[in-house]
Design a protein around this ligand. Structure first.
Ligand code: WTA
Length: 637
């Protein structure tokens, strides 16, 4: 099998040219890129679509397996090159290097083990694992046999895990025994046991990876050791032939209403899009060491630790630990140790490290860095400047990459070293991406510059979501109904006089806490589970390190209460319902919430109070209970 790679743009002028071509004739543009991959059967039609239902199909009739493109086709040329470079939690722990050949063999063995467990094409497999090589291997093994992976971030609670397992009717859960993260020991298997105790009727097997070797409880009716199931398997596993539009994976993400939804990505388009964007944004050259610090439990890990880099034959690093262990210099120590060439992280990590002082970064040799990236939330000017000066030594280009779980890959970003850069601006759309700003009152597209409005996409791209698992109507309502005929991102943005985009942030009821998406409704529902809570309203407020913090206004049942104790109990309730990432930073007990005459909570006012903007509360005369604004403001934390 040949190993061609997507075209790599090499100057900003070329970017302009390619962009023009890509929007004038999108089908030829993407077809030419798709041609660089290995297909079992060529496609009949490049694209068919409408944004009403919505229905989007790329490369229909085409057949492939994404793992043949990630692994098999690289074997001849770079079989002995490191594919996955694993840096453990402990600085003196064992570094693991898996070559493309070794990774291929391990993926095949796990694929065979899963087949032996009765997992086949279209079955769902849930992952609840720390950042260990076995996670990468077995996610790819699912793709190998056509099973659909659903990776759940291993910081979610048992309840949140059970909800996700049940929504997708997963047949198997793959987990670890325990996990060491920084100084913490996380009992991973115990959380899975709790989820099963809550009830996960579809689960037949729990495959347990031995990570720390500590004690766990064991139920032989469903528990099996990963190593026992895998080591006896053959290292040859014929890849399942998939249609381009077959589901590759589900990934749950928060929206403004209800429970998290399972965003669905398909095989062909996602493959093409993650590879193309990886190669161009990071300007990856063969032999480079690339490191994305995300967790595979989030989309960034799926697209830019696993699929994008492996599709391009890159060396991709996986890091088990945290940025502050053993101290706030760990990222830079690891960059130095492995001579990292491309480094990709989140603003929240930069802000946390910046706060610890420059001495942690200054002593390290970061001269191998060629491109440094940011993702997950708007990067504030101070963090951008710090990244640029202290990490990039004033000369390494920064790519501020805007995208979402739903977009599959990066949508707006500079191309490392080629594009003009401007602090806090993500920049220009990538080739093939037709962005639009829309006036929120009239619904009209704003075509001039500068402008600001709702950030939308006018035309399909290969990596976009196809549906939300089990509920297509929800996909239609959430993304395709706000602005008819366009995909609505949920973000607001500004375009400067040169057409560069700056993302302002969410305009819906989603908050972004340390780069993690959280629905306010989801946190409210969790808090409401506490027996003494009558009603809750949750909003985001500016937080120095996390970007946004969670501010909860809570009405308690009548009676005398110990507020300090209740705060702790409410936090514990949220921890159990969702996980520690959703813990409110501030809980203010109130008598009433400001409401409109139709009974809707006036979040606009609550957001302002939480942010300390109590002078500009605007018109409160339309409220049912304008007098509560005074007491809510007075009680602000
Ligand atoms: C926000 C993460 C500003 C945005 C890849 C988006 C950003 C949400 C940026 C998606 C950025 C992501 N600048 N904001 N560079 N990148 N966002 O699904 O609000 O976890 O809608 O995907 O993060 O978060 P998600």
């Amino acid at each position: 099998m040949p190993s061609k790679l997507p075209h790599q743009i090499s100057s900003f002028d070329e970017y302009r040219e390619v962009y023009q071509k890509s929007v004038t004739d999108p089908e030829s543009f993407w077809a030419a890129e798709a041609d660089t991959f290995v297909w079992r059967k060529p496609w009949d039609r490049v694209l068919s679509w409408n944004f009403t239902d919505p229905e989007v199909k790329w490369f229909s009739g085409g057949q492939l397996n994404i793992t043949e493109n990630c692994l098999d086709r690289h074997l001849a040329e770079r079989g002995e090159q490191t594919a996955i470079l694993y840096e453990p939690n402990e600085p003196d722990g064992k570094v693991v290097k898996l070559t493309y050949r070794e990774l291929h063999a391990q993926v095949c063995q796990v694929g065979n083990a899963l087949r032996e467990l009765g997992v086949g094409k279209g079955d769902r497999v849930c992952f609840y694992m720390p950042m260990v090589p076995e996670l990468a291997v077995s996610v790819l093994a699912c793709a190998r046999i056509g099973a659909i992976h659903s990776v759940v971030f291993a910081g979610f609670s048992a309840q949140a895990l059970a909800d996700r397992v049940n929504d997708a009717d997963c047949k198997v859960i793959i987990c670890s025994d325990h996990n060491r993260r920084g100084r913490k020991n996380i009992p991973v298997k115990e959380v899975v046991d709790e989820a099963l105790a809550i009830g996960c009727p579809s689960v037949e097997t729990v495959l347990v990876h031995r990570n720390t070797g500590e004690d766990i409880s064991w139920d032989p009716s469903y528990d099996q050791w990963y190593h026992e199931a895998v080591e006896r398997q053959d290292a040859n596993c014929p890849a399942e032939v998939m249609d381009a539009e077959d589901v590759l994976f589900i990934l749950y993400t928060s929206g403004s209403t209800g429970k998290p939804k399972g965003v669905v990505h398909t095989c062909g388009g996602y493959m093409l899009y993650t590879a193309y964007t990886f190669r161009n944004v990071f300007q990856y050259s063969p032999g480079d060491v690339y490191w994305c610090t995300a967790d595979i439990g989030w989309i960034t890990g799926h697209s830019y630790i696993l699929y994008g880099p492996l599709l391009c034959g890159a060396t991709t690093m996986m890091f088990e630990g945290v940025p502050t262990y053993p101290d706030a210099g760990r990222f830079w120590q690891v960059c130095e140790k492995h001579r990292v060439n491309q480094f990709y992280t989140a603003p929240t990590a930069l802000r946390a490290l910046m706060a610890r002082g420059n001495e942690f970064v200054e002593g390290h040799d970061l001269s191998a860095l060629k491109v440094i990236g940011s993702v997950g939330e708007p990067i504030n000017e101070e963090a951008w400047e710090w990244y640029h000066e202290k990490v990039g030594k004033g000369k390494v280009p920064i790519v501020d990459t805007w995208w979402q779980t739903e977009t599959g890959g990066i949508m707006i970003s500079g191309l490392g070293g080629l594009s003009p850069q401007k602090a806090t601006f993500a920049g220009y759309p990538l080739p093939g991406i037709q962005m639009a700003l829309v006036d929120k009152n009239t619904g009209e597209e704003l075509t001039g510059n500068p402008e600001s409005g709702l950030l939308c996409v006018k035309y399909p791209w290969p990596g976009m979501l196809r549906t939300t698992w089990g509920d297509h109507e929800r996909c239609q309502k959430t993304y395709f109904s706000t602005v008819p005929g366009m995909y609505f991102t949920g973000d607001g943005a500004r375009r400067d006089e040169n057409g560069m985009y700056r993302i302002v942030g969410r305009v819906d009821d989603v908050i972004n806490v340390s780069g993690h998406r959280m629905g306010t409704a989801e946190v409210e529902n969790a808090i409401d589970e506490h027996p003494l809570v009558v009603e809750t309203a949750v909003v985001g407020y500016p937080h120095d390190i996390k970007g946004q913090g969670i501010y909860a206004y809570v009405i308690l049942a009548p009676g005398e209460h110990d507020h300090e104790r209740l705060r702790e109990e409410i936090i514990e309730t949220v921890r159990q319902e969702i996980g520690p990432i959703a813990k409110p930073d501030k809980i203010q007990f109130v008598e009433e919430l400001p409401k409109t005459r139709s009974g809707k909570i006036m979040r606009r006012i609550l957001r302002k109070v939480a942010s300390g903007e109590t002078d500009g509360l605007g018109d409160t005369s339309t409220l049912l209970n304008p007098e509560v604004v005074t007491s809510v403001t007075a009680g602000r934390l």
